[in-house]
Design a protein around this ligand. Structure first.
Ligand SMILES: C[S@@+](CC[C@H](N)C(=O)[O-])C[C@H]1O[C@@H](n2cnc3c(N)ncnc32)[C@H](O)[C@@H]1O
Length: 381
């Protein structure tokens, strides 16, 4: 195993719980390998950590601060800890994000558990080798009997594989008062568990007979929670497959008053404004408009246009989200404020800054783990 010497700053940041350091912290750069592999980090000739090194990435990801074997015991203990935190501290039962990369000291791995099936995304060649071991650990520690794995390094082709019962890739989860069908082959890990608490909280503001517009509704997460409270829901998404499931989800919850529109959200909203349509509640939950810091300017333009259109259509409440971690809280709020001025709507923030569900753990030393921003506003029409 390669011995890599790091500088004082990186050493201190590791001691201060940072699980990622930058490659430029390496002093003996000439010894860095070409291939992705596990390396040992040293400071002043003393062992600091084992980490994943990937020549194509700007960062080095810390695996452990102990000089221990990376074997089944290592994964078993990490997964057990991750599960216990969700179940005993956060009180989740059957469905939750069980592994959230650096937050659970399992870099490059994301795993969502939905009842007894799970979906995992692996973004490191090193971690890929351990997938069968991880599945064994899941079998021993949980009721998971099917694991759908998508593996790919950033920018390369995604390979997928199912471990366990290949026919068991769908389930119905409970989310507050709602039932939601999840298929492991859906977008990302199948369902956006990160919005769970925000969707449940929105129910508190929905009134019977409200007209709700759910933009980028995917399989109808927000729509179902609004429908349960007696709202008439219009959902918009560009994925017809997602909308088929959205319809099933409405039926599953005995909701009859809905209409899903396949289309580009921007075009659909413009047409609605032309027809002078209005909605009591408008929800915007678009995809990350940028995946890199270089594109922030264009992304902000897209968010700004979407928020302006959404605010034009909103009568009483406006829910707006961004899942791009390159757009920080301040940028996001400033964008919403300027969109509201353009739309000539006074908005009042309801509650504080909402973010991802707590099973998507945000550790204070690892800023990259926080990505979701969600704001609820009252609107003066
Ligand atoms: C973050 S997900 C929404 C999650 C959803 N609100 C939920 O609670 O499950 C984003 C969705 O936006 C959709 N989408 C992306 N670009 C779009 C566009 N221009 N118009 C309409 N839908 C779009 C994707 O198909 C995806 O379903």
């Amino acid at each position: 195993m390669l011995l890599i010497e790091i500088d004082k700053r990186a050493y201190n940041s590791i001691l201060n719980f940072s699980r990622i350091i930058y490659k430029n912290a390496v002093l003996n750069k000439e010894d860095l390998p070409d291939k992705e592999q596990i390396i040992k980090l040293y400071y002043k000739n003393k062992f600091v950590a084992k980490a994943i090194y990937d020549s194509g990435a700007p960062t080095i990801k810390i695996l452990t601060l102990k000089d221990e074997e990376i074997n089944k015991d290592f994964f078993y203990n990490r997964i057990k800890k991750a599960k216990e935190y969700r179940e005993y501290i956060l009180n989740y039962k059957d469905t939750y994000r069980m592994i959230y990369a650096e937050a659970d000291c399992l870099p490059s791995i994301i795993l969502d558990k939905y009842n007894n099936i799970a979906s995992m995304q692996v973004s490191s060649k090193v971690m890929e080798k351990y997938i069968p071991i991880i599945f064994e650990c899941l079998n021993e520690l949980t009721d998971i009997n099917t694991l759908y794995v998508q593996s790919a390094k950033k920018g390369s082709k995604i390979k997928s594989k199912i471990y366990g019962d290949k026919n068991n890739i769908e389930t119905i989860i409970n989310e507050g008062n709602a039932k939601i069908k999840v298929n492991l082959k859906g977008h990302k890990t199948g369902f956006f568990l990160d919005q769970r608490e925000n969707r449940i909280d929105l129910e508190n503001y929905v009134k019977k007979g409200d007209k709700v517009l759910d933009i980028c509704c995917y399989t109808g997460g927000f729509s179902v929670h609004c429908g349960i409270k007696g709202a008439e829901v219009v959902g918009v998404d560009m994925s017809d497959k997602a909308l088929e499931v959205a319809e099933e989800n409405m039926e599953l919850n005995n909701i009859k008053n809905y209409n899903f529109i396949v289309g580009n959200a921007f075009d659909v909203m413009r047409k609605m404004i032309d027809k002078n349509e209005k909605f009591d509640i408008v929800i915007l939950d678009p995809p990350a408009f940028t995946k890199s810091s270089k594109d922030v300017k264009n992304a902000l333009k897209a968010y700004s246009t979407m928020n302006y259109l959404g605010l034009k259509l909103a009568k009483r409440m406006f829910i707006t989200c961004s899942c791009s971690h390159h757009i920080d809280r301040e940028m996001f709020k400033n964008m919403v404020v300027s969109s509201s001025l353009r739309a000539k709507k006074e908005i009042r923030q309801i509650g504080g800054y909402r973010t991802q569900s707590p099973d998507h753990i945000i550790t204070m030393a690892n800023k990259n783990l926080e990505y979701l921003k969600c704001l609820f506003f009252g609107v003066e029409d």
